[in-house]
Ligand binder design. Sequence first.
Ligand code: AMP
Length: 225
Amino acid sequence: MVSQPILVILMGPPGAGKGTQAKRLAAELGLPHVASGDIFREHVKRGTELGRKAQPYMDRGELVPDDITIAMIIERLSRPDCERGALLDGFPRTVPQAQALDERLAEINWCISAVPYIRVSEPVLLRRLSGRRICRNCGAVYHIEFRPPARPGVCDVCGGPLYQRPDDSLETARRRLQVYFEQTAPVLAYYENQGLLVEIDGEQGIEEVYATLRDSVISMMQVPA
Ligand code: AMP
């Protein structure tokens, strides 16, 4: 049997710990980690035209328009490192994005393997987001309450300065969650109707979340579509 590419779509609200889990799962499955937020931030940092278009939306905690986002992800999935599949993180976030992805997958004859959804309640999300700090040098992630660095404001790994992502401020984090629950919740229903959604309790410890996530994705990959 010719092995089918594997496409895993990891879903969960901002602050669910999706990024951390996605990196680890992608590495274990041998797939590229395609994170729409990371790609946008990279464009903003490099000052590209795409970055200039996306930045105002990102700063307000709103979604970048679908046409820009869809084109960016479809281009990314057509690169050679995605030949065997990918782990998508942060995309799709609207029903039109999910539909555009389905159309593209039909063209290239790919199926979605699994859509794990990391569920976390809103008060926990707000606390996690507003306390998050990131190293400007190496990208290591801390939390002022749950994972503080040894010296406040300084990275344990490389000594670099820690900063708060502008969209993690309490006000913008609230807006991001509101946007998530309004625009992204329908995407969950979209995949649930296709029998692809599997819910993971995101309020367990990081290791327990990972073990549940990994086991459910692997068991879904073994079920022929
Ligand atoms: P994230 O790191 O996934 O929380 O994404 C950071 C920001 O990038 C979001 O608040 C949006 O402004 C933008 N973004 C990321 N993914 C998408 C997407 N699929 N659709 C629209 N905007 C997105």
